[in-house]
Ligand binder design. Structure first.
Ligand SMILES: Nc1ncnc2c1ncn2[C@@H]1O[C@H](COP(=O)(O)OP(=O)(O)O)[C@@H](O)[C@H]1O
Ligand SMILES: [Mg+2]
Length: 258
């Protein structure tokens, strides 16, 4: 199994009012190609910060993060931005869609941006076609021309997934991707994430929802900036009872102090 993400002794400290807040303290983890890992833990335990630092949205204070064999701390801002654009996809709640663009234009924007890379073989037509096929797959093709204020929460979140996938990333980072959705929309989004993962994309997702986490391969539990425990669920296969997975996971979470 090839490692996509290797994190060694990762520390992140914020200085607030001259005081130090050690938000991540010696985090170690490895994600292999095709893995789907959930991060759970109490609010404020550092889950979002972990996603930001390993994906280069935020600088790390100490330790090492190797993504696709590249040490990200050695990268310039530009190098990091390129890596993020071409190899990573993001579903973060605060990364809002642009209100003055249609759903479709929001999705293709970073696809067009990525065409500026030297040696890029795709054309704008290829990006358009890919956006089209993603929107069809995720069942939102009919919203293409709509303004983003004219679609439902579930549709918007599926559009965010299309946007995150437009440059065929190696890895997808998702921060509570179902958090703001009703249960029907959450289920739709989760189904899509599972399908994308089956097609080969590695996923690291923060979630508070046991039902959502139960579909992933492994759950990491964070407390106070460290990984407190790890629960290997294994790949879900249809023959297995999902209820049973949820029950086992819940029992373990209780033991972790959830
Ligand atoms: N930009 C920032 N500046 C200062 N402190 C921050 C910043 N972002 C997060 N923190 C602090 O880091 C801790 C962990 O936050 P976060 O990673 O958002 O936790 P979680 O996602 O698990 O709820 C909190 O104490 C929060 O106040
Ligand atoms: Mg968070």
């Amino acid at each position: 199994m090839t490692a996509v993400l290797e994190v060694t002794n990762l520390c992140k400290t914020y200085i607030v009012n001259k005081g130090q807040n050690n938000v991540l303290r010696n985090v170690n983890l490895t994600l292999h190609e095709g893995e789907f890992v959930s991060i759970m833990g109490p609010s404020g335990s550092g889950k979002s910060t972990l996603l930001y630092t390993v994906s280069g949205m935020d600088r790390l204070t100490a330790g090492e993060v190797i993504f696709d064999r590249i040490s990200i701390s050695g990268l310039s801002e530009k190098g990091m931005a390129e890596l993020r654009m071409h190899k990573m996809g993001f579903i973060f709640q605060q990364m809002h869609m642009l209100g003055n663009l249609s759903v479709y234009d929001n999705i293709i924007l970073s696809g067009y941006e990525a065409l500026k890379r030297k040696g890029e073989k795709r054309s704008r037509i290829d990006v358009n076609r890919y956006a089209d096929s993603l929107m069809r797959k995720l069942g939102i093709i009919e919203t293409a021309g709509h303004d983003i204020t004219e679609v439902s929460g579930g549709q918007l979140q599926r559009a965010c997934i299309c946007r995150a996938l437009i440059n065929s990333p190696k890895m997808l980072f998702a921060d509570e991707p179902t958090g703001a959705l009703n249960s029907k929309a959450a289920k739709e989004v989760l189904t899509e994430l599972c399908r994308i993962n089956r097609e080969g994309t590695t996923i690291m997702m923060v979630t508070h929802d046991v039902k959502v986490a139960a579909q992933s391969d492994k759950v990491l539990y964070m407390v106070d900036g460290t990984i407190h425990g790890e629960y290997p669920l294994g790949k879900y296969d249809e023959g297995q009872g999902m209820k049973e997975r949820e029950q086992f996971l819940t029992k373990w979470l209780m033991e972790m102090g959830w």
